[in-house]
Design a protein around this ligand. Structure first.
Ligand code: CA
Length: 235
């Protein structure tokens, strides 16, 4: 099973939302659904999706304004899907920070192709390092699979993102605020607490003994560190 790429769909039309959701789940994406701008904003902050699909005409506000709010905190690709087909509407949305614009009616194939293009833009590093392997931990970045001692581990998309961030920085202490910015795109009062909860979840899944971790070490009051290769041999 792939670890899933997180797509947030913000669309008030239930029928369209369901069509998109079904198509994206078939393509093995994880989906979050929001029917209002407020709900969409909350989910974007909580889960920092890989891609956001956004309708502009929402019951509690305009999608263009939401693009601006999200852009202040996150650089997640935002693909607008809207019935507004005037050039000015497209320019306004793109100027506000949208990455792409699809007019309704759309085909599911087109939406999927635009999502793939957006993902290629944000993940150019994948081609360079396909596989990570160290001390029983195995990660296939192409397939987004994680194995520990040859056993498949199922991480949520956010847990996966956190693990990959640590693995890409072996031996370095990553501070709480750095991790929060990289994984969620912002920090606030609840960030440290949220990070502790997520780290505990990852450790339960990948460490044999969470009190004596093999992979991720806590630097008390500072952050976390992935055990480097040379250090691993000494332990
Ligand atoms: Ca709408």
């Amino acid at each position: 099973m792939s670890q899933g790429t997180y797509i947030l769909i913000i669309e008030d039309d239930k029928g369209i939302r369901e069509i998109l959701e079904a198509a994206l789940r078939r393509a093995e994406y994880s989906c979050d659904l929001a029917g209002t701008a407020a709900e969409g904003y909350t989910l974007a902050r909580a889960n920092n999706p890989d891609v956001i699909l956004l309708d502009l005409g929402l019951p509690d506000g305009d999608g263009v304004e939401l693009i601006g709010r999200i852009r202040k905190e996150q650089d997640t690709p935002i693909l607008v899907i809207s019935a507004r087909e005037q050039e000015e509407d497209k320019i306004e949305a793109l100027d506000a920070g949208a990455d792409d614009y699809i007019t309704k009616p759309f085909t599911v194939g087109e939406v999927q192709a635009r999502i793939r293009a957006a993902l290629r833009r944000i993940r150019p590093q994948i081609a360079r390092h396909d596989i990570f392997e160290q001390g029983g931990l195995y990660i296939d970045f192409q397939k987004r699979r994680v194995l520990v001692d040859e056993k498949e581990i199922h991480l949520t998309p956010l847990e996966y993102r956190l693990l990959v961030l640590l693995v890409h920085n072996p031996g370095k202490v990553l501070t709480h605020s750095y991790i929060n910015k990289e994984v969620w795109g912002y920090t606030d009062d609840e960030s440290s607490q949220r990070l502790r909860v997520f780290m505990a979840g990852i450790r339960r899944k990948i460490e044999k003994d969470t009190a004596n971790p093999r992979y991720i070490l806590t630097e008390v009051g500072v952050g976390y560190r992935f055990v480097g290769e040379e250090e691993k041999e000494k332990r």
